[in-house]
Design a protein around this ligand. Sequence first.
Ligand code: OAD
Length: 243
Amino acid sequence: MEIDNDALYHIKNAKCVTILTGAGVSAESGVATFRSYKDETKESLWSQYDPQKMASLEGFLENPNRVWQWYQWRRSELKTKEPNDAHKAIAKWQQSNSQSVTLITQNVDGLHQAGGSQNVTELHGNIWGNHCLQCRTEYKEGVDDIEEVIECPECGGQIRPSVVWFGEALPEHAWRDAESASYSCDLFLSVGTSSQVYPAAGLAALAKSQGATVIEINPEPTESSVVDYCVKGIASKFFLESL
Ligand code: OAD
């Protein structure tokens, strides 16, 4: 893997680093990405399923059981996955205390936490949570084997997974933290994301506008115009070779 010497210099010498991760970081754990897949034997989720049907409120209201069952299937898949070297390297970097390292993720799989990261800003929620559509009461436990949408014991509303769907606002506190970390960093790493979904994809530009260096790590570089250095390769290798 070729990492530009100037990029390495920024990685070693930045005081304040913000990392934004996407599905590509979990790809090496065997988790399907949404759009593209380096490994052509596997298919991305949105090439098999319609995001409007599976990941929007309209899709849920049209057929709640279809959406619920899809999330139950994704959860059962995720239960077999382990954090990979990229998750672990990021956690170790955060704990090293030599630099301030803030982690923001678009992933809902919880693998950063499983890899040892204690502070993770989750922009798109977490797939292991559920809440009532109506009264927002949260339900984390006890839904493992349930195949059909259940009613909220509090108000009779329908219970949905606590992930952000298309057309929904991001959790306010998570977005505030992400904006502030992007605004104040001197190095922004965009790792394993196609940078197509906003507002998350706009964080790199925000960091750049405040003078940060932006490095992208992706085996299929994106067309983002704010990237200063692009490292063409997989996330685990990048962290093993650069830290
Ligand atoms: P995508 O599936 O759009 O993009 C994954 C990116 O990871 C691609 O650019 C791949 O080239 C790259 N990639 C694949 N393997 C990699 C590896 N081993 N190391 C590094 N990069 C790798 O996923 P996201 O950008 O995360 O939102 O997608 C953003 C959002 O779109 C998701 O959070 C989800 C989706 O719809 C919602 O569901 C709201």
